[in-house]
Design a protein around this ligand. Structure first.
Ligand code: G3I
Length: 448
């Protein structure tokens, strides 16, 4: 597919996505029993960093699809992944994530355009004039591919040194183009996709300190001179050496007071149990206390794939079980408690039934539909199992997310978990017969 057609088709998809996102938001308002829906109820997004390589894992995608309203490609939009040799762009892995997100009504954060790390070696060999051109071409090539599809871009990442000086970090861009490379990057980004929020993103800038003050002064300068900047990202990688700062909220607020949005972009907190939960609560409460804090992203779905997996810093453990930190975040977001948990939907007595119908039939396959109906109590979520006859396989599923164990398909809701008493939803699937026309068996429905 040539580039023009690719862009047209991506733009067309973006229109559909906007509609899907609206639908998702409407559903979210009904039941704040997931991170994404609870955050949406507060006017915020709640996202996760995602790796394309894990999207084939059923539990990974089920958790992602159920809980999160925004995704950030963890590595797939970085320079080494998207322009490994000059002028040759590869979007396969990033497209996979964007397509997955869009098909489920999730938004996408772009990470990242200009960064000293994960930079292909050819960039460092260029002289100043060539480097300037290459930087602008990279921005326009990458942003142009996703024009209209990314809610916020990390335009420049980690351009300041740690420590007390507030100095810029050495990089090919800094060393050859000087301080002005940052504003040049932001101007190029605005031209490439005027609809995207343009963010500066960094770490160890979460509290008031020399580094965050250096960033603050840059943002103040940019806003006073009309350099296009819309937001500041606070990575928020915390552990015992770098705990959640006590002036976190004040720091977010002072940036917001400059007239930019703030976002928590890469949140993870090493630890476990109630101490980790309490730290997560502090972060969520700080964001909610700042009107211009528009959303939060955790840096991964499950501890087992975290860049700091030994520190178990995320909300779901390696088996995708919700940790105390998950409950704390959901509660801080005003969520109604996890499924079946105290205060959560369906606590105690919720029931549901599932009935099956074949809705279409042809030589090689058929479509099945399962209607899930809540009992006399409202339910927050449901699980239904479908056992397929031997040889049959499922080639598509809609209005649900599936996990397979042999020929047993366990289906959970995508957007349609919450049901008022006595009301129904459906999910559907396409089966390849492979010579067997037998009907699948629908097992008991479990409500929570
Ligand atoms: O995919 C290859 C695999 O094929 C190979 O076998 C393996 C061997 O090392 O490496 C794999 O690539 C790794 C990649 O993550 C995917 O797992 C890279 O080595 C590794 O360097 C890379 O680390 C990423 C890191 O950025 C690089 O700087 C982390 O996943 C990613 O979470 C991390 O994210 C950064 C943000 O972009 C910026 N802020 C800090 C944050 C945490 O470091």
């Amino acid at each position: 597919m040539n580039m023009i057609l690719r862009r047209l088709s991506r733009a067309a998809i973006a229109g559909l996505v906007a509609a899907a996102a609206l639908t998702a938001a409407a559903h979210s308002a009904e039941a704040a029993d997931t991170l994404g829906s609870a955050a949406a109820g507060q006017g915020r997004y709640f996202g996760a960093a995602v790796a394309a390589g894990h999207l084939g894992e059923a539990d990974y995608t089920a958790t992602l699809d159920r809980e999160f309203g925004s995704v950030t490609p963890e590595n797939e939009m970085k320079w080494d992944a998207t322009e490994p040799s000059r002028g040759t762009f590869t979007f396969t892995s990033a497209d996979r994530i964007v397509d997955h997100a869009q098909s489920r009504g999730m938004d996408v954060r772009g990470h990242t355009l200009v960064w000293h790390s994960q930079l292909p070696s050819w960039v460092g060999t260029l002289g100043a004039s060539d480097l300037r051109t290459a930087m602008k071409d990279h921005i326009s090539g990458l942003m142009g591919h996703y024009k209209g599809e990314i809610h916020s871009w990390d335009v420049v990442n980690e351009a300041f040194q740690d420590g007390g000086s507030g100095a810029r970090r050495s990089s090919p861009f800094q060393d050859k183009l000087g301080d002005g490379f940052i504003e040049e990057a932001f101007r190029a980004a605005r031209a490439a996709d005027p609809a995207a929020k343009l963010c500066y993103n960094d770490y160890n800038t979460d509290g008031v300190n020399a580094k965050s003050t250096a960033v603050y002064n840059m943002v103040k300068d940019f806003t006073s001179r009309g350099v296009p900047i819309d937001c500041v990202g606070f990575q928020s990688h915390f552990n015992s050496n770098s705990p959640v700062p006590s002036d976190y909220r004040q720091n977010l607020q002072r940036f917001a007071d400059l007239g930019v949005d703030v976002q928590i972009t890469e949140l993870d907190i090493e630890g476990s149990g109630s101490a980790q939960a309490a730290d997560y609560t502090k972060v969520v409460q700080a964001c909610l206390a700042v009107e211009r804090c528009t959303g939060m992203t955790v840096w991964g779905v499950t501890d087992k794939y975290s860049w700091r997996s030994g520190g178990t810093p995320l909300l779901f453990d390696g088996n995708y079980a919700e940790k105390p930190a998950y409950d704390a975040v959901l509660s801080a977001l005003g969520g109604s408690g996890g499924p079946g948990e105290p205060g959560g939907p369906g606590e105690g007595t919720a029931t549901c039934t599932a009935t099956y119908t074949r809705t279409a039939d042809w030589d090689g396959g058929y479509n099945g539909e399962v209607t899930v109906t809540a009992g006399s109590e409202p339910i927050g979520s449901w699980t239904a199992t479908v056992t397929l006859p031997a040889r049959q396989s499922v080639s598509a599923l809609w209005n649900g997310t599936a996990a397979f164990n042999g020929n047993v398909m366990t289906v959970r809701p995508s957007w349609n978990g919450a049901l008022a008493a006595g009301t129904s939803t459906t999910f559907g699937f396409t089966v390849t017969k492979n010579g067997s026309d037998a009907a699948p068996a629908v097992g008991a429905c479990t409500a929570s």
